[in-house]
Design a protein around this ligand. Structure first.
Ligand code: GDD
Ligand code: GTP
Length: 437
């Protein structure tokens, strides 16, 4: 028996991802034609013993999520359930809150995966499970690690480990100074024993909470726990649990080597993940990529995904690294490269879209040009990850990929360069390095 838990967060998270997360929860955002969650579930489905996937988050159940779950259950033939937290309980609080559901049907020897819902990767879950079974005892846990540059490592959980035994000697979450270039990928193998640790952590946190907040806990109080921005059940898996497990002989790291991994924080990381997922399609599912048909289809360069319902003019040139969504219309002479065009968009004749994301139902007029600046990892630095910056740096908009929100209308013959356009806008003229509100 094997289960996987995916932490899908809450609507308050994903701020750097706006405006793309205004319409649907970030984990449902499509990359290479499928939602981020779909790719994670697909990785889990490679585990033969997998019986159930639990999605834990703080979103109100909504139609998009329910439809996604129903479809994914059918596609992967596994039970998938959504468990909603009553408030953001942190990366460990939700797991603890739903412990009875997670523990049900698991024996002491059985393990379960916990996966952050905002990562995209070529996840080696089968190999990680095998490593765990062969090297880690019943009371031990395994964390997936990858390499980053020294400078970037401090944006992640950092793992100092023994290269002979793989034991984690020291774990620090987002340290202020350099600790290790091995970082936490947000994927864990746990056994039921983690709940003992979470229970101790919960009790400690309760005590700290009661000591540190001198307010009345009766319901008539003017302040509630919600006003304070966190719930008393909140547990941070990384800071409250993993940091304490370093050096105890209970935590091990499984390094994923050079395989693709990124967390998804801003739109630039989406373009980067799109390229890598398309590359994985080429290796493992070539049937998902569009195959050039010399006699009538568009010209295709490199890896391109086109939804079967999209209508693309034969003189369009697409690629490399382009994903075209459902019911998109692409006119004559259009050029698209390193971009994602989401459902029902219309790219009119001879427009050009480079390094951009165009969200649902938007239109780009004829001969217009929508272009962003790539923020790719530094190719000259080994293990370099994509920068997860926010939109602004030193009070200025940082040149980045262009993001066009949904239902935006761009007229003909304009240039939109390094811009973020919020949903439902009609752009009047060209714009450069701007957020169009
Ligand atoms: N259900 C639920 N409830 N999920 C949550 C909550 C919560 O209250 N808070 C965060 N999550 C989910 C997020 O949706 C995301 O998928 C994941 O947990 C990580 O949360 P973040 O708080 O955004 O952490 P981070 O991405 O900055 O850092 C984590 O991930 C890195 C790898 O991407 C840490 O685990 C780092 O150590 C790690 O390197
Ligand atoms: P490649 O040969 O494709 O590598 O192009 P490049 O790197 O020399 O050019 P660039 O990245 O600027 O543009 C990518 C493609 O888009 C080129 O093939 C251009 O011909 C095409 N392109 C550039 N601007 C426009 C435009 O305004 N309209 C259309 N239809 N195509 C354009």
């Amino acid at each position: 028996m094997l289960k996987a838990i995916i932490l899908i967060g809450s609507p308050q998270k994903g701020t750097r991802f706006r405006p793309l997360s205004l319409e649907i929860p970030k984990p449902l955002f499509p990359i290479a034609g499928h939602p981020i969650l779909y790719h994670l579930i697909e990785s889990c489905a490679q585990l033969r013993e997998l019986r159930e996937i639990l999605l834990i988050g703080c979103y109100q159940p909504n139609e998009a999520l329910s439809r996604f779950i129903a479809n994914a259950q059918q596609t992967f033939n596994t039970s998938i359930r959504y468990l909603q937290e009553y408030a953001s309980l942190g990366t460990g609080g939700g797991i603890y809150h739903f412990r009875d559901l997670i523990k049900s049907n698991l024996s002491d020897k059985d393990v379960f995966f916990v996966i952050n819902g905002d990562i995209c990767a070529d996840l080696p879950l089968v190999e990680m499970l095998q490593f765990h079974r062969e090297n880690v005892g019943e009371k031990g846990f395994t964390i997936l690690g990858t390499e980053a540059t020294e400078r970037q490592s401090t944006n992640y959980g950092c793992i100092a480990w023994d290269k002979q035994t793989n034991e984690v000697k020291h774990y620090v979450e987002k340290p202020s100074t350099f600790v290790s270039t091995t970082i936490n990928c947000g994927v864990y193998v746990f056994t039921k024993f983690i709940f003992q640790i979470l229970s101790e952590t919960y009790r400690n946190n309760q005590q700290l909470y009661n000591e540190s907040i001198p307010i009345s806990h009766d319901s008539s109080s003017a302040f509630t726990n919600y006003d304070l921005g966190f719930s008393r059940e909140n547990i941070r898996l990384e800071k409250d649990v993993l940091s304490k497990l370093g050096g105890t002989g209970q935590l091990y790291v499984f390094p994923m080597g050079n395989k693709f991994w990124t967390s998804i924080k801003n739109p630039s990381s989406v373009i980067y993940a799109n390229r890598h997922y398309l590359e994985l399609y080429r290796m493992y599912h070539p049937e998902r990529l569009y195959k050039q048909n010399d006699s009538k289809g568009p010209t295709i360069i490199g890896d391109v995904f086109i939804h079967p319902t999209a209508c693309v003019a034969p003189s369009a040139v697409l690629g490399p690294n382009v994903s075209i969504g459902q019911d998109v219309t692409i006119g004559y002479g259009v050029r698209v490269r390193e971009s994602i065009i989401l459902g029902s968009c219309v790219l009119q004749d001879h427009c050009c879209v480079l390094y951009s994301i165009i969200a649902w139902n938007s239109t780009v007029g004829p001969w217009s040009r929508v272009e962003g600046t790539p923020n790719d990892p530094d190719p000259n630095k080994q293990f370099s990850k994509i920068e997860q910056d926010s939109l602004f740096q030193d009070g200025k908009l940082h040149p980045s990929i262009t993001v066009i929100g949904n239902n935006v209308s761009i007229p003909g013959e304009v240039v939109v360069l390094n811009a973020v356009v919020l949903p439902h806008k009609e752009i009047g003229s060209s714009s450069k390095n701007q957020i169009i509100l």
